[in-house]
Design a protein around this ligand. Structure first.
Ligand SMILES: [Zn+2]
Length: 93
């Protein structure tokens, strides 16, 4: 049966970054702490580009365009401004 082959261990590749501990299963990145599906580029911006270690196996290491802390802080700022200034009472629905 076709299905049996898909679930066989032989078809599964698992790679773990020795530096940031990120995990790739069949080429899909998962966050090591939470096991949530991630994205190489976000990982690069948040972790790997900061460490910039030759041991890092992230295929997107050194690439720009993913999520970064700067971007996250900007998002938080925007969020704070929008809601603290009372433009929208999101809590009061
Ligand atoms: Zn890494």
């Amino acid at each position: 049966m076709e299905n049996d082959r898909e679930y066989s261990d032989l078809s599964m590749s698992r790679a773990e970054c020795p530096k940031c501990g990120a995990l790739w299963i069949n080429g899909q990145h998962y966050w090591s702490g939470t096991g949530v599906k991630g994205n190489d580029l976000d990982l690069a911006g948040l972790v790997c580009n900061k460490l910039s270690d030759f041991q890092c196996i992230n295929p997107s290491k050194g690439q720009e365009g993913g999520d970064t802390w700067v971007k996250r802080m900007e998002d938080l700022d925007a969020f704070g401004k929008k809601y603290e200034e009372g433009e929208s009472q999101w809590w009061n629905k």
